[in-house]
Write a protein that binds this ligand. Structure first.
Ligand code: PEP
Ligand code: MG
Length: 699
């Protein structure tokens, strides 16, 4: 419920922050809003967020998000009470700077295949339900988490919980039962949060911490209490309150707000079940494969060992549930056709998430085949880990470097223990995000040196300079609003536009050169001029710091860099192909949009042609070429990348043993033949089928 504020300034007796402009291209969305509310609650003063003549309670997530603040919107914070000035001081940077925490489980090159590699169809293409393969029906979707499972379908169907409108007793009694139900829901959530922290990690447990915040939201409670005071039952008043707020969020055209609507539904139902005595919904078979329109975070908390995998109609490869499935190594498919909800509860099913397929009522022979495949996969995984220290050399002697994509020192330590040949991509922006000022040179140097030491003096370390901008704004850099930030001032363009911060970073990186084979890499380069400007700055700084041996290269993520790779290779020591972005810019398909997963496939012949152009451009110039995008870890892409002449595959840490093993099983001559054939095909689907067939249908 927003209130009217007269005039632009603060009302009498209130402190004000003055005007603050939202800088983040994604607006003031769920995560920063949650930080704001959490911080506001630490103060006793009354605090409001004001936009125009409307104000909202800054201690209510529902209210703050109800403003749906977008980039460029102006707001102010007003506060009244004993700690009003301190409150404003603490809250302004959150709103101004959009001090964001990273989502749990950043999945850019998680062990899962890239979204695009996932959407492998069965026979039919358009509607999502594919033809029968001889047994029952086959449905297809997008792989959220790879693997195969056999079990029985457990349909998660949520009917409406019916409630009676009229109160059974006086408002006081209804209010008391609502408060009891909220308290009970809170203790359930606390138990789930604790369990998740123990079985998974703090990042995933935080999802339930956020649920507790929502549960205690004053706006939700106020609306429900208003209903009770009008003579409604506690259940009716509560249901009306959370449904109204959830609907408000789902009507906002923003994926993050829609996710909050799902969270509200989740906590709303939990309280309603307690109020109405409905049983818990997680009543699984011993070998359940969950089939649902969508799964809520609460469902994820009940994913115990009886659940072997799941399929959902909604959700994308980057949704919470997909990230969680990957952390739990549970096979999962999302984006499956809605008709799947019509299958019989308890029907035998095979979930082949590797191929994005769910088969219902399979032939017994098919079930046997999958069981065999499951045990082979488990054996193979164990063997790959055991052999990981063996050199990654093809049968005919071609050595391929298998390096790691990392975000910090613990990744580096783990990668070294799994036998990585080096680090092909350190995403240095982790040091810059989620804070209100840039990290100092010393702070950065300490991080880079820590990583260099974890790798040791003989392994190369490729540090990518900050890849910021686009969808990753940082508060202490004021950027003008851009209509299309993905094509805006981001990556190296942004670094060059703020020389102080860039120079500080380069000096900090150079300080690690004493401890490892240091490589500096610039992201999102589109012209040779940008590369020259950055590399000459680096060389100048290096000259002033003792002229150590430091290699300089760039990421090939923009088609222009792939096409003109021969020019870049004249001046760079190495090129590393970022196929995640190269694919999205080549195919004009957002890499994070699950609906475009089949188009944004790095195995599209157009993307393969970009890779070929890059490798050909570098040939004979002493400039090595790596791939550090998600496809470097995709078993169907590995032979093509080797065949195209790539020298290094840089992959997520857990994928290292598997990728090294795949290299050892291949021969260069066969890879070259496959790559030149793949370049002649029409689509990524054709390429995938072809490689699969060539490898003996094995992957
Ligand atoms: C890429 O674009 O392929 C890449 C590795 O960079 P990021 O995923 O960090 O954008
Ligand atoms: Mg990139």
């Amino acid at each position: 419920m927003s209130e009217e504020i007269k005039g632009i300034g603060a009302p009498d007796g209130w402190e004000t922050s003055g005007e603050i402009t939202i800088v983040s291209p994604s607006g003031f969305h769920a995560r920063p809003a949650a930080i704001l509310v959490k911080t506001a609650k630490k103060f006793t003063s009354e605090i409001k967020l004001v936009r125009g003549d409307k104000s909202q309670n800054a201690k209510s997530l529902v209210s703050v998000m109800g403003f749906a603040l977008q980039q460029g919107d102006s707001v102010s914070i007003i506060a009244k009470g004993p700690d009003a000035a301190e409150a404003i001081k603490a809250l302004v940077p959150i709103v101004a700077g959009n001090m964001e925490e990273s989502a749990p489980g950043d999945s850019r090159d998680a062990p899962a295949p890239p979204a695009a590699s996932a959407a492998k169809p069965a026979e039919k293409s358009e509607c999502g339900q594919a033809a029968s393969s001889g047994g029952g029906s086959v449905f297809r979707g997008i792989t959220a988490s790879p693997g195969v499972a056999i079990g029985r379908a457990k349909l998660i169907v949520r009917g409406e919980i019916e409630v009676s409108e009229e109160a059974g007793g006086p408002p006081g009694a209804e209010e008391a039962s609502l408060r009891r139900a909220i308290a009970e829901a809170k203790s359930q959530l606390e138990a789930i949060e604790e369990r998740t922290r123990k079985t998974l990690d703090a990042g995933h447990a935080a999802i339930f911490g956020a649920h507790i915040e929502l549960l205690e939201d004053p706006e939700l409670e106020e609306c429900a209490l208003a209903g009770i005071s009008e003579g409604k039952s506690a259940a009716y008043a509560w249901k009306s309150s959370y449904k109204a707020q959830a609907e408000r969020f789902s009507n906002l055209a923003n994926e993050l707000f829609a996710a909050r609507a799902a969270d509200l539904e989740d906590i709303g139902r939990r309280v309603l079940r307690i109020l109405t005595g409905h049983a818990d919904e997680a009543d699984y078979w011993e070998d359940s494969i969950l089939i649902a329109l969508d799964l809520t975070p609460s469902d994820t908390a009940t994913l115990d060992k009886r659940v072997l995998g799941f399929c959902t109609v909604k959700g994308g490869a980057t949704s919470h549930i997909s990230i969680l499935a990957r952390s739990l190594e549970l096979p999962a498919i999302v984006g499956i056709d809605e008709s799947v909800l019509g299958i019989k509860d308890g029907a035998p099913v095979i979930l082949n998430a590797d191929d994005g397929v769910l088969e219902v009522d399979p032939e017994p022979a098919e079930a046997d085949r999958i069981r065999k495949k499951q045990s082979e996969l488990a054996d193979r995984r164990a063997r790959d880990v055991r052999d990981t220290m063996k050199p990654a050399v093809t049968k005919d002697g071609r050595q391929v470097e298998v390096a790691a994509n990392i975000g910090g020192v613990s990744d580096a330590t783990q990668a070294a223990s799994l036998g990585c040949d080096g680090v092909g991509l350190l995403r240095s922006e982790f040091l810059f995000l989620g804070r209100s000022e840039p990290p100092s040179e010393d702070e950065q140097a300490e991080a880079y040196i820590g990583i260099a030491k974890a790798l040791g003096p003989d392994r190369p370390l490729v540090v990518r300079t900050m890849d910021i901008g686009g969808d990753k704004p940082i508060p202490y850099i004021k950027q003008e609003r851009e209509d299309n930030p993905f094509l805006g001032v981001r990556g190296l363009r942004l670094s060059l536009a703020m020389p102080d911060i860039f120079e500080t970073q380069l000096r900090a990186i150079l300080r690690a050169s004493e401890f490892c084979k240091l490589h500096v890499m610039f992201p999102m380069v589109s012209t040779i001029g940008e590369f020259r400007a950055a590399s000459s700055l680096l060389r100048r700084l290096n000259d002033g710091m003792g002229s150590r041996d430091v290699k300089v290269g760039l990421m090939v993520e923009v088609p222009s860099a792939a096409i003109l790779a021969r020019h870049f290779a004249d001046e760079a020591d190495f090129l590393s192909i970022g196929t995640n972005d190269l694919t999205q810019y080549t195919m004009a398909a957002d890499r994070g949009n699950p609906k475009l997963a089949r188009i944004a496939d790095g195995l599209d012949p157009a993307v393969l042609a970009m890779i070929k152009s890059t490798v050909d451009g570098a040939r004979g110039k002493g400039c090595w070429v790596g791939v550090c995008g998600g496809i470097a870890g995709d078993p169907l892409a590995i032979p093509l990348l080797i065949g195209l002449g790539v020298d290094e595959l840089s992959v997520s840490v857990p994928a290292i043993p598997q990728v090294r093993a795949r290299v050892r099983e291949l021969s260069l001559s066969e890879c070259e033949r496959m790559a030149s054939h793949a370049l002649e095909l029409d689509s990524a689907d054709e390429v995938r089928s072809y490689v699969k067939k060539s490898l003996g249908g094995g992957e």
